[in-house]
Design a protein around this ligand. Structure first.
Ligand SMILES: C[S@@+](CC[C@H](N)C(=O)[O-])C[C@H]1O[C@@H](n2cnc3c(N)ncnc32)[C@H](O)[C@@H]1O
Length: 269
């Protein structure tokens, strides 16, 4: 049974990270990010996104699409000498959550803002970062040029984005697995953002550009949230219900495996 359009419109899913405040349940997005950020490979990305800023002459950092502020808090914990980290996010719900988790007396500030037109002067920050953000933005190029604009000459820009066609799921039904991955990819705002970052950095004039591929091994829960959002399994076709059932059984046996490829790209202004 196909899902009716009316039902589809009320379902929150990762494709709506571009407009969290307009969704039925912004809390779902906060919970999703909390679950994703607990994946061991996300911790690796977070650490590498911090390490690429070394040696840390960078005293002032902007974190675009900061979400709940998870990565900002981590950055400050390992670089106590940083003077200022400004987390910017389009979503008021995310900013409110980030502020509720702020460490007292810290040099962190969270502000509502849109990556397409940042409310900061040129050359304001020593470095700029964004994790899992450009893949959800309306215009990657405008957002990237804004990040570059607010960074000082010789400052670094570090971005991690997934590539939606790089979702690999171990399943016996190859055809349906490909269909499900393709459908998810087609729904994404910028489905190839990951693989395009290298070229975009060069096109925007950044130098010393490096790329590292990092695959994030997923839990069944995170995969389910990525593909189905808040959709009820009961609305799926029989074939898709059977597809998920196989993954549940694999998971019970400790055989579940899914991994999502992304790219950490760093460049200097
Ligand atoms: C997938 S979440 C990632 C959050 C955080 N970077 C992390 O890894 O935990 C994407 C975030 O980008 C924000 N976002 C989407 N479009 C944006 C834009 N144009 N400007 C600023 N933030 C944006 C969303 O509100 C959301 O909080």
């Amino acid at each position: 049974m196909a899902i009716s359009k009316a039902v589809k419109n009320t379902i929150d899913s990762v494709g709506k990270f571009t407009s969290v405040d307009m969704t039925h349940d912004p809390k779902w997005f906060i919970n999703f990010m909390d679950e994703a950020n607990c994946l061991p490979d996300h911790e690796i990305i977070n650490r590498k996104l911090a390490e690429v800023l070394e040696p840390l002459d960078y005293k002032s950092i902007i974190e675009l699409g900061c979400g709940t502020g998870n990565d900002v808090r981590y950055l400050l914990s390992i670089y106590p000498d940083v003077t200022e980290i400004v987390g910017v996010d389009l979503s008021e719900a995310m900013i409110a959550e980030a502020n509720s988790r702020i460490i007292e007396g810290s040099r962190i500030r969270f502000e509502k803002g849109d990556g397409k037109h940042l409310h900061f002067d040129d050359n304001r920050f020593d470095a700029a970062r964004a994790k899992l953000v450009l893949m959800h933005c309306d215009s990657i190029d405008t957002t990237l040029s804004e990040l570059i604009r607010v960074v000082k000459p010789n400052g670094k820009v570090a971005i991690f984005d997934h590539d939606f066609d790089g979702l690999l799921i171990d399943h016996s039904d190859v055809k349906l697995t490909r269909e499900i991955v393709e459908r998810l990819s087609n729904k994404a705002k910028n489905n190839w953002s990951g693989r395009q970052l290298f070229g975009r950095f060069l096109n925007h004039g950044l130098v010393n550009v490096s790329v590292e591929a990092i695959s994030v091994n997923l839990t069944l829960g995170v995969l389910r949230s990525m593909i189905l959002g808040q959709e009820d399994m009961a609305h799926l076709s029989k074939a898709e219900q059977a597809w998920w059932e196989e993954l549940v059984i694999k998971n019970e046996k400790g055989l579940f495996f899914a991994s999502f490829i992304g790219f950490l790209v760093v460049g200097t202004k």
